[in-house]
Write a protein that binds this ligand. Structure first.
Ligand code: ATP
Ligand code: MG
Length: 570
């Protein structure tokens, strides 16, 4: 079977186990909710999804699948200034591509604006919320610090009537941005800053990508999130660790309101941090806006769209997420682990072909002009059923420039003057002459073949140390090939020791474009959803911009981890 871009259904064979799944199993056993398990994946449509989101997607959709539950896709679109429909569309495409299905359960927090407003009115009526006139600066000053209690707002004890009137007028657009907020009335002396009368609504006179100009007050994340969970009937609200300190507020808001019980339970896990890349949407957006990459789907990006374009399969992302597991401790995951999952999947499925990326012409002087042989080549040694194909061989071939050295060091087992090498699926050749241009650069090699050294021939078994790949010149097809590597040169571009901006560590070698590559003719029919191993060079796929007359391949990943070798040397 070939890996494809079409959604393949999750989950993986064996369900993992972790502390969240333990909590879920316990709740299902005790029948805590008395209904179907329900999780949600709640992205804010302010950027493309990245590999960190994939961890959350695999967790939320995975747990639902394993327990006959439902996972909602909910757009957390409460901050209109940074959001866009482009992101709403890309998020759906990416979740689907990863292999997950929300059925009819796609929701938008903005669909709940009216309900959320009515809940706020209830909080005011029960004396749990008030309209505050402190300016943004004053709010910060009044909030205090972790060890210094906050100060109560002079507006804290407004009457219910006055609060209801002011809140209605906030909604009606009668006040300027930042001039008023609706705040929860909790405890300004709480050791948890999030409980010090947090803002629930603020005034923002900006259009929303779905509600247009209907609203000029927008709910804060903490207020909207717990209530959206409750409205949808979420049982387990899984989020990343930074929300642990928000949990008391999550619970408090739901406790004050006549919402169904038991309330959804918020559970936190450690977000994925990956070495040699950045994961913050703000920083990824910076790379896009400053044109340091070609877009959100640049194959160097850690975005799902970038990984897809690069040729990574959804299976390997799911495997990776499965492997790293779920914990409560923040840490850094080695990107080599992701690369390993990518190689593993491609090794199983990729079709082997021959391609020469930096061609050097070789004339086989004792091979008849005009003769063409069809050499039998194995499509995938990992998969017998993939069969074989014919690769044409003729008098002039291309080999890889660095498979030849005029003055080789001791252990160079490829081609050099007077030495022999085996051509994959073909003959043993010997280099007899080196042709150079006026600048002294090698332009072609003259070699002779051992005519009996083909598979099945009398000298086929001769011991030759090196085997190299090749492409027949007359039959070669031309392509542009883009070689990709890690986006950054350091493990933690976000917090490098010398304190420079993360962009200072962009890897200039993360993209190398080769124009004049020669591919075996079978690749004229290459398909976008297929994966190819160019023998000895790595795994490749067609780029989405590739066209029949103008082939464009991306290298998904090299065959071996060259960074590990580099690290060992140091
Ligand atoms: P921000 O809120 O700063 O825009 P975010 O990365 O939190 O960025 P969201 O769209 O809010 O983006 O994330 C959607 C979901 O994905 C959230 O539940 C969030 O906890 C989860 N998530 C985001 N980044 C990671 C990560 N690196 N690892 C695991 N889960 C993540
Ligand atoms: Mg977030």
């Amino acid at each position: 079977m070939q890996p494809t871009d079409s959604p393949s259904r999750a989950p993986e064979s064996e369900a993992p186990s972790d502390f969240i799944r333990d909590i879920v199993a316990q709740d299902l056993k005790t029948g805590k909710y008395g209904r179907q398990l329900m999780t949600r994946f709640p992205p804010e449509p302010n950027g493309y999804l990245h590999i960190g989101h994939a961890k959350s997607i695999c967790l939320n959709f995975g747990i639902a699948l394993e327990n006959n539950g439902i996972c909602n896709l909910r757009f957390d679109d409460t901050n209109p200034t940074r959001e866009d429909v482009e992101y709403v569309d890309s998020i759906q495409e990416d979740v689907r591509w990863l292999g997950f299905d929300w059925g009819k359960n796609m929701f938008f927090a903005s669909d709940y604006f009216e309900k959320l407003y009515n809940y706020a009115v209830q909080l005011i009526k029960s004396g749990k919320a008030y309209v505050c006139d402190l300016t943004p600066d004053e709010l910060i000053e009044y909030r205090g610090a972790p060890t210094v209690p906050g100060k109560e707002s002079p507006w804290r004890n407004r009457s219910v009537e006055e609060n209801l009137d002011l809140f209605a007028r906030m909604r009606a657009g009668q006040f300027a941005d930042g001039s008023k907020t609706l705040r929860a009335k909790i405890d300004m002396a709480s050791p948890n800053i999030h409980m010090r009368d947090p803002a629930l609504y603020r005034i923002r006179k900006v259009d929303h990508h779905r509600t247009g100009n209907k609203w000029c007050i927008y709910p804060m994340y903490d207020y909207a999130h717990c209530l959206s969970d409750s409205i949808e009937g979420i049982t387990h609200s899984i989020c990343t660790l930074e929300f642990e300190v928000h949990r008391p507020l999550y619970d408090w808001i739901l406790e004050q309101l006549p919402v169904p019980r038991p309330q959804p339970q918020q559970i936190e896990f450690a977000r994925l941090n990956l070495s040699y890349t950045v994961m913050s949407k703000r920083k990824l957006l910076q790379l896009v806006e400053e044109k340091l990459v070609s877009g959100w789907d640049d194959p160097r990006m850690p975005t799902i769209a970038g990984l897809r374009r690069r040729g990574v399969t959804p299976e390997s992302i799911r495997h990776f997420c499965h492997r790293i597991g779920v914990t409560k401790y923040n840490g850094m995951t080695d990107i080599a682990l992701l690369e390993h999952s990518v190689r593993e999947a491609l090794n199983k499925h990729a079709m082997r072909v021959m391609a020469v990326l930096r061609p050097l012409k070789v004339v086989l002087t004792n091979y008849p002009e005009g003769k063409v042989e069809e050499m039998e080549a194995i499509n995938n040694p990992e998969d017998q059923s993939a069969g074989t194909r014919k690769v044409p061989f003729s008098r002039i071939i291309y080999i890889e420039r660095d498979d030849f050295m005029e003055n080789p060091p001791k252990k160079f087992f490829r081609l050099s003057p007077g030495n022999e090498v085996r051509l994959r699926y073909a003959y043993i050749i010997k280099c007899v002459d080196v042709v150079k241009d006026t600048k002294g650069e090698v332009t072609e090699l003259h070699c002779t073949i051992d005519p009996d050294s083909k598979a099945g021939g009398a000298t086929a078994g001769r011991k030759i140390k090196g085997t190299i790949h090749w492409v027949s010149s007359a039959h070669a097809i031309q392509a542009e090939v883009r070689l990709y590597d890690r986006l950054f040169t350091v493990e933690e571009p976000d917090s490098a020791k010398d304190g420079r901006d993360f962009k200072a560590y962009l890897n200039p070698a993360a993209l190398e474009t080769l124009q004049n590559c020669k591919l075996e003719p079978s690749l004229a029919n290459a398909q976008r959803e297929r994966r190819y191993q160019f023998e000895r060079l790595g795994y490749f796929c067609l780029d989405q911009a590739s066209q029949p007359g103008r082939l464009l391949f991306n290298r998904t990943i090299s065959l071996r981890d060259s960074w590990a070798k580099e690290a060992q040397k140091q």
